[in-house]
Design a protein around this ligand. Structure first.
Ligand SMILES: Nc1ncnc2c1ncn2[C@@H]1O[C@H](COP(=O)(O)OP(=O)(O)OP(=O)(O)O)[C@@H](O)[C@H]1O
Length: 601
């Protein structure tokens, strides 16, 4: 990833930091004083050696010691304040971006190409925050003082000064070398460990499949492959980083002794006082401390840096949702006009030029063989996948004219795989709202025919279900999913194979729910394989290979498209969940009949 890329994203991050500009200035100011106070040690040495020892004055020693205690105390207070402020800058940065990053991660995850990629953005943000509470942040403010302290050594003696500059340059070179060599393995480590973690999370979710099909060994082997890759990169980075760290540590000790040796020699030549010799050595230590600190903190800095670049990329790709003018609650008037949809990240449309119209109080059944594009249409109708051509309009407004959460209030959706969350039954029905409306929860459950079933659960509506709803049967999950889709009085509900797991009483409850919605002037769209699901539908759309093959009043379309209409009709009329009587699969549909497509109601 080129560093000059993602300018907008990096600007957004920088703007976030700029909100703490005044705090940065305060830290800079405190750092000036803290670094000036670093001179306390060398100056004290100078005074003790050259003044106290020479004059044998105890009073001077006491006065100097008192002053040193005071100055070191002040330095401690300044460092404490700097640390607290920097930690808060990091926390503020995280708070500013938490919502934005979470939102962007969620929106990016709708894209199937990204759903299975490791989502490290939240950890990237934490990595940046952690740097602010680490000594690395201090080093940023203290490093500018390194040349100043080195220059101060020249005051004692130019030879000492040059020696310090040469030693300091070697250390700075080592820092840059460290950064250069360890960058790639550090990044490889992060990538591989994120992939391993992601894989583990996904297989844990499907642990039953892994267990039942005896896949544990193969799963372990695949997981270990990525773990080992991560480990190799980590060991390499730690070997190289550790070698450089050890070298710099030993080199710093050597420099300090070298300073003393040169200083002693200069004292012997009577070119310098013993006090200056000691003070010079201490000053060198102070000058090089931030350099050494940044080397030891390098993995943290490196992680924050790669996090910064990754976040910049993501923020640029997923800009903030624009503000939407609030629209009045729409009527259940749905227009689908020449809609084509390509799954995000794909090139070929899986839905092509589909048009239809639905009025308040109508229910539409969408049928067709597997992979005909029914779920694709459901995703386009709920605004999850954008249309590449044409538009979906709700009471005249294109779906993207509604803010995502407002659109979600108007359009209830029951996906094919009902995902439930780690929360109570009531919270799940209330779509995890932080202020759920208990009355609405019960109303939605009753509408979905789920109320009695919920009351039979161990703690009724307060029964906690784990993510994925593992304690519930397939039919129970589907009923809860339906209640969730109906929560908050949506004007349209889109049900993708709603009766796939329902028994006959479940199917009857579903049809009753659809009838209620119709009676209340709402619209319902049902993607279906089973005849029972379209018992309450007025209209039917037949999809095949992404295209509308027929559209019109239900029975007309069925007569036109079903070879075995006479067999299926009684099942449909009775709303029976019959498994033998399937709705048109590719083979059952007469290909010779010209079928009207893209019509309107
Ligand atoms: N996330 C995706 N990424 C890429 N292609 C997809 C994705 N989801 C579906 N498709 C493709 O889109 C086409 C239509 O799939 P879709 O799920 O819409 O069919 P369907 O009619 O709902 O099928 P089924 O009845 O089996 O659920 C298929 O060819 C499928 O491979």
């Amino acid at each position: 990833m080129a560093e000059q890329d993602h300018k907008k994203g990096r600007k957004e991050l920088r703007d976030g930091l700029k909100q703490s500009r005044s705090l940065f200035l305060i830290v800079a100011l405190f750092s000036v004083f803290a670094n000036l106070l670093m001179l306390t040690g060398p100056l004290f040495m100078l005074q003790v050696y050259d003044r106290v020892l020479a004059s044998q004055s105890e009073a001077t020693l006491v006065a100097l010691t008192g002053l040193v205690v005071l100055l070191y105390g002040l330095m401690a207070v300044l460092d404490y304040a700097r640390g607290r402020i920097l930690a808060r800058i990091g926390a503020r940065f995280q708070t500013i971006f938490d919502k934005r990053v979470f939102d962007a991660v969620m929106r990016r995850s709708v894209d199937p190409g990204y759903r299975n990629r490791p989502a490290t953005s939240v950890r990237d943000l934490e990595a940046i925050q952690r740097v602010f509470s680490s000594p690395a942040a201090f080093a940023v403010y203290d490093i500018p003082w390194t040349p100043i302290f080195l220059a101060a050594i020249f005051i004692f003696h130019p030879i000492l000064g040059w020696f310090a500059v040469a030693g300091g340059s070697v250390l700075i070179f080592a820092t840059i070398l460290n950064q250069w060599i360890t960058r790639r393995p550090q990044e490889d480590y992060q990538k591989a460990s994120a992939v391993a973690e992601n894989f583990q999370t996904s297989v844990r979710r499907d642990a039953e499949v892994v267990q039942s099909l005896g896949m544990r060994k193969s799963v372990l082997a695949r997981w270990q492959e990525n773990r080992n890759k991560a480990l190799e990169s980590s060991i390499y980075a730690s070997d190289v980083g550790g070698t450089i760290q050890n070298f710099t540590k030993a080199f710093r000790f050597l420099l300090q002794s070298g300073m003393l040796a040169i200083g002693a020699w200069l004292v012997l030549q009577q070119e310098m006082t013993p006090g200056a010799m000691i003070a010079g050595s201490i000053l060198l230590g102070r000058a090089l401390a931030p350099v050494e600190q940044s080397i030891s903190q390098w993995p943290l800095v490196q992680r924050a840096r790669s996090g910064w670049l990754a976040l910049a990329e993501m923020l640029e790709r997923i800009p903030e949702e624009p503000d939407h003018t609030a629209l009045p609650k729409p009527k259940a008037k749905i227009e689908v006009i020449g809609v084509s949809v390509t799954p995000p990240g794909e090139r070929t449309p899986t839905l092509r030029n589909v048009s239809f119209r639905l009025e308040p109080g109508q229910a539409l059944g969408v049928i067709g063989p597997s992979a005909a594009g029914k779920s694709t249409l459901a995703r386009a109708l709920t605004g999850i996948w954008p249309t590449v051509t044409g538009s979906v309009r709700l009471d005249g407004a294109a779906l993207d004219q509604f803010a995502d959460d407002v659109r979600g209030e108007h359009i209830g959706y029951l996906p094919q795989d009902v995902a439930l969350f780690d929360a109570s039954v009531a919270d799940n029905i209330a779509r995890l709202s932080t202020s759920p409306d208990a009355e609405q929860v019960v109303i939605a459950a009753k509408k979905a025919g789920a109320h009695e079933m919920i009351l039979k659960l161990p703690e009724g509506y307060d029964t906690r279900i784990s993510a994925g709803g593992s304690r519930l049967s397939g039919g129970q999950k589907q009923r809860l999913g339906l209640a969730r889709a109906m929560y908050g009085d949506p004007v349209l509900i889109v049900l993708d194979e709603p009766n796939a797991n329902l028994d006959s009483s479940g199917s009857a409850a579903l049809n009753a729910a659809i009838d209620q919605m119709k009676a209340a002037g709402k619209a319902v769209i049902i993607m279906a394989h089973r005849p029972a699901a379209i018992a309450s539908c007025d209209l039917l759309l037949v999809l095949d290979q992404g295209m509308a093959k027929a559209f019109g009043p239900r029975d007309d379309v069925l007569k036109e498209t079903l070879k075995n209409y006479k067999d299926v009709a009684p099942n449909i009329a009775a709303g029976a969940p019959g498994t033998a009587a399937r709705l048109p699969q590719g083979a059952a549909m007469p290909t010779s009949n010209p079928i009207k497509t893209g019509g309107t109601a």
